[in-house]
Every structure is written in C-alpha cells, then in structure tokens.
Design a protein around this ligand. Structure first.
Ligand code: URA
Length: 239
C-alpha cells in the first residue's frame, strides 16, 4: 500500500496534507525518514511512525449504533442528517456505511462498517441471518397473527414473505411484540403487520445475527464492537 494512502486512511489528513507532512520529514518507515508519498509499505510488516508515534494500521472498522428516530440510514442525504454524519472524524476516515436500512423513524441496532463482505453476508436473504425487532402495535396481536407470520404473509405488492417468528409480549389495545425475520424488504415489519390489518406505531431493532443492541447505548450513541462480538458475528454469518 502507498505510504500516503496508509496515512490518509489512518486519519493523518488528506493526501495533500500527508504529502506536506512527508516532505517535512515527520514520517519514518522502519526507522528511516521517508519523504516520498509513493513509497510502498506493508502495513503488517513495516513500522511507520509520525513524529515518533507508531501508526497502528487497520483496514476495517465495526461500530454498533443505537440509531435515533430522526436519522437516515445512508451515507449521505441531500436533506436529512445521516447516521454517518454524526460519526467522529477518526471513524469517518474509514468510509463506513450502514449495514441494511432502517427507516428514518425506526430506532435501535445499526451496524456500521466498511467491511463489504460481512455486510453482504448479514443482509443476503440466502444466509438466513435473523433480525429481531421490538414493536408497539395498534390493536390486539393474536395467536392467529403468530400462526400467519410463521407461514409468511402476503405484502401489498403480492410478495409472500419468508416465515417470521412472532412473540407477543403484551396483547391489548396497544400490543408489544418481538419479531424475527430473515429478509429486509422495504418497510418489511410495517408491511407484515399491515398484511394482518394492524399498524406499527413504534419500531426498534434489537438484534442482528448474534449481535445484540447494547442497553448502555443511548439513542445516537455508538461504540466499536468488542473482539468477542465481532468474532461471534463473523463465525455465525458463514464467513
Ligand atoms: N421493517 C420496517 O418496516 N422498518 C424498518 O426500519 C426495518 C424493518
């Protein structure tokens, strides 16, 4: 990898800024001052320092966010603030993106990464990775709904969903449920309830594969996955 790319990726500035830093002699490779941005380095084998500080290279970043109900889960948007806009600059430099989409008004677990392979595995319907949602539903959710969801329901566009595992936590004028689905069609949870004549009034994702939303994260907060969470997620997503 080119030295300027490595330094820019690690947040030491734009390529131009990095070039100036190199010219000034602030960067050493294996102890020797290096001024050319084109120099190739092996991030695993070479030691790179900036003003004496060792640069720790990493390719991927994995963040868990508790998405609030007023952010768009996209990398950029002309009108609204996105989940990427609120990341700290040191995380932004990795060019991460949200894995799968949550509606603007949906809260909860969002994985943000630049690891395209993992993202693909987690969202591909072929991989059968469960996504679990907690929801508040207007009206009584019944055992008939549980049975209907277990066979899949037909959405407004005629698509018949894969089975969903519906658990009724509380049934009343407003019901509370948990639903696990393995696909991610547009507005899927909302439309599955519409298919049985009910309305989702609050939606929050609480689990994706083996990854559970950290209850200590307030809305709008995020943190890196622990090594354990990441290992578990990767080994259970068929990678
Ligand atoms: N299903 C929905 O309807 N909305 C979401 O944000 C996620 C799943």
């Amino acid at each position: 990898m080119r030295l300027d790319k490595l330094l820019a990726n690690m947040g030491y500035g734009t390529r131009k800024e990095v070039k100036t830093m190199l010219k000034a002699g602030h960067v050493r490779v294996n102890g020797t001052p290096e001024k050319s941005p084109k120099t190739h380095v092996d991030p695993d084998a070479d030691s790179v320092t900036v003003m004496g500080d060792e640069v720790e290279y990493r390719e991927f970043i994995y963040l868990m966010m508790n998405k609030p109900g007023d952010l768009i889960s996209a990398t950029e948007d002309a009108q609204d603030t996105t989940v990427i806009d609120i990341l700290q600059p040191e995380d932004h430099v990795f060019d991460p993106f949200p894995v799968g989409r949550l509606d603007k008004d949906t809260e909860g677990l969002l994985l943000i990464t630049n690891d395209g392979q993992l993202a693909h595995r987690l969202t591909s319907p072929k991989k059968n990775i469960g996504k679990t949602y907690y929801a508040v539903i207007e009206g009584k959710v019944t055992e008939e709904d549980v049975a209907a969801f277990s066979k899949g329901v037909t959405l407004d566009d005629g698509y018949h969903t894969k089975p969903g595992e519906l658990t009724v936590l509380h049934s009343g004028e407003e019901s509370e449920i948990e639903l696990t689905i393995t696909e991610g069609k547009f507005h899927q949870v909302k439309r599955m309830f519409e298919a049985v004549g009910k309305k989702v009034v609050y939606l929050k994702r609480i689990k994706m594969g083996t990854l559970e939303l950290d209850p200590d994260l307030d809305l709008g907060e995020y943190r890196e996955l622990t090594d354990e969470e990441l290992d578990y997620l990767i080994s259970n997503s068929g990678l």
